[in-house]
Design a protein. Structure first.
Length: 252
């Protein structure tokens, strides 16, 4: 199915003659990994500070950083995340870098996540939104059950970077079916220029064209991710998504 789409979007789509110059129109980056030393994001405080400075220079006026929570790799808790955020905010204040920064989490749908939903207060942002991800390769058998479970606990689930999940690629109806459950979709901005893979770019464009994206995020783990955002601004699909009225970033 996607061979024709890949061919269609094989050349980089240039932005309009008068492009948006930065991301100030959406205001908030709601997916990043800025807290140093607790996941695969910023390695230390200096890198975290430089990432914040670069994101601010791109027009973001609010950052909601979302460290990984995974039972096998990144065993973060609300406490470790909040403490890490406090240290980062203190250093930003010491350097007189003014930007609003908050923290939530990017929860991995593993064997512990369902129990966390019922027994813990998950880290949320905005209108009780919860960001979560799954395996890229294997479809979780309980994916829709977990989405309903989140809604039952009054959370609003956001699926991180749906364009990157291989198990959804065989049929675009998989995305439509997920949207019908009420889950929100968050697109990684750099997917638009193929930073993850050509097929992820193709899916990203198709999701944009079908008005299925609710949030965009940088998913910045390092400075290279942020530098790539400048190239993204030159792409017409980046221009299209950041100017769409349906994005919810600026309401966070």
């Amino acid at each position: 199915m996607f061979k024709n789409l890949l061919k269609k979007f094989s050349k980089k789509d240039e932005a309009p003659s008068f492009p948006i110059q930065d991301f100030s129109i959406i205001g908030t980056d709601m997916h990043s990994h800025l807290i140093p030393g607790i996941d695969d994001g910023a390695e230390d405080m200096e890198m975290a500070i430089q990432m914040v400075i670069q994101l601010k220079s791109l027009g973001f006026n609010k950052l909601i950083t979302t460290p990984h929570v995974m039972c096998d790799y990144y065993k973060n808790s609300s406490e470790t995340i909040i403490n890490g955020l406090s240290n980062l905010k203190n250093e930003l204040a010491r350097r007189n870098i003014e930007i609003t920064i908050e923290a939530a989490a990017e929860y991995y749908l593993d064997e512990e996540f369902s129990g966390k939903i019922d027994n813990e207060k998950l880290l949320t942002f905005g209108d009780n939104y919860v960001l979560f991800e799954t395996s890229y390769i294997n479809k979780p058998e309980n994916l829709k059950d977990v989405i309903f479970q989140l809604f039952a606990q009054k959370y609003k689930p956001i699926l991180a970077h749906p364009e990157r999940y291989n198990f959804l690629y065989d049929d675009f109806k998989n995305y439509q079916s997920l949207k019908e459950t009420g889950v929100f979709f968050q697109l990684n901005i750099n997917s638009i220029i193929g930073s993850y893979s050509p097929i992820a770019r193709t899916i990203a464009i198709d999701l944009i064209d079908n008005n299925m994206i609710d949030f965009v995020g940088t998913d910045a783990h390092n400075l290279n991710h942020i530098y790539n955002l400048n190239a993204c601004l030159k792409d017409k699909y980046c221009q299209k998504i950041i100017t769409t009225a349906s994005l919810l970033n600026n309401k966070l």
